[in-house]
Design a protein around this ligand. Structure first.
Ligand SMILES: [Zn+2]
Length: 170
């Protein structure tokens, strides 16, 4: 009985830890997949195509056209149908309201995004494009590093918590 309680408590903590690892790894995979395809999203038309099922249309500030003009790509999931992600800085925004102005929201949440200073895609030179891609790769590496560090920190805290529980029981 005593052993069962100990193993049950620790197993429960371990299951939560494993679930957390799984969720984080899935999200890292999603970010990686987006990064690999988003090089096509320099084009306004390509971004606009992703908003075919976007819920905000007439009488809204965040129409598909304005979302695409602000650099967003529609990335819905089953649980989050209104997730939009900037193709350049990979900032994700959800919980949109009809009165939200996409460009303003983007500037507010990711003020250093290189897309916000980018000239029209059709006016980019090869050197401009190379520099922008360099920045996009840097954003991706930085985001992945931050997420992995945060995940590692969570794992450390959970492990520490489980060990404290175990020591308290012993
Ligand atoms: Zn951005």
């Amino acid at each position: 009985m005593y052993r069962w309680e100990i193993s049950g408590t620790v197993c429960s903590g371990m299951n939560m830890l494993l679930l957390n690892v799984y969720v984080v790894m899935c999200h890292l995979d999603v970010i990686a997949a987006r990064f690999l395809t988003f090089h096509q999203m320099y084009s306004y038309e390509r971004r606009l195509e992703t908003f075919a099922d976007w819920p905000f249309r007439e009488d809204c500030q965040c129409t598909p056209e304005l979302m695409a003009k602000a650099g967003f790509v529609h990335c819905p999931s089953e649980n989050e149908p209104d997730v939009a992600c900037c193709f350049y800085c990979l900032k994700e925004l959800e919980g949109w309201e009809p009165e939200d102005i996409p460009w303003s929201e983007h500037a507010k949440r990711s003020p250093d995004c290189g897309f916000l200073q980018m000239k029209s895609f059709h006016k980019l030179t090869a050197i401009d494009f190379f520099r922008l891609e360099h920045g996009r790769i840097r954003n991706y590496v930085r985001k992945m590093a931050h997420m992995k560090i945060a995940h590692f920190r969570d794992e450390m805290e959970n492990t520490s918590k489980n060990l404290r529980i175990l020591f308290d029981i012993l």
